[in-house]
Design a protein around this ligand. Structure first.
Ligand SMILES: [Fe+2]
Length: 159
């Protein structure tokens, strides 16, 4: 088995870099979904939600950078054009969402669509002992599951 300088198998690592690019593209759409609801949110809960969505998009932006730099670390090339992001995105695009419950539901939907991409990466990175990617995915999953719980509590819905 051919390995790279990190000691990771070349072929499987390339596959992980490709999957990370799909996650990166999907995260960019999640980020833009959040910008959209941060800007367009209306109603009596405006002040709370406007700030909450800003907190979430700032966090998403940090994760986007982490994903891109992980791709580089394992020898891949992070996608960076809008065109590539649209082609590789797996998330529903939210457009002109201004109702508060619809906005919170968009966050829940986006996060629940990111989770399977991350679990797939968790499995693949686990299989080749790529601990760097594995622990990153594990942190993302744990945080996103918690955010979904909080959003569901706000919606007064079951998980
Ligand atoms: Fe703002």
């Amino acid at each position: 088995m051919k390995t790279n300088i990190l000691g990771l198998p070349v072929k499987e690592t390339e596959e992980i870099a490709n999957d990370l690019n799909v996650l990166l593209s999907s995260f960019q759409v999640y980020y833009q979904n959040l910008r959209g609801i941060h800007w367009n949110i209306r109603g009596k809960r405006f002040f709370d939600l406007h700030v909450k969505f800003e907190e979430l998009y700032n966090d998403a932006q940090l994760k986007i950078d982490q994903i891109a730099e992980r791709i580089l670390t394992i020898g891949g090339k992070p996608l960076h054009t809008f065109q590539d992001y649209i082609e590789n995105n797996k998330l529903k695009v939210g457009k002109n969402v201004s109702n508060d419950e619809d906005a919170v539901n968009l966050v829940v939907t986006s996060l629940s669509e990111l989770l399977p991409l991350e679990r797939n990466l968790l499995t693949k990175s686990g299989d080749i002992s790529d601990e760097g990617t594995n622990s990153m995915m594990s942190d993302f999953i744990q945080e996103q599951e918690k955010t979904i719980w909080m959003m569901k509590a706000w919606l007064e819905e079951k998980i």
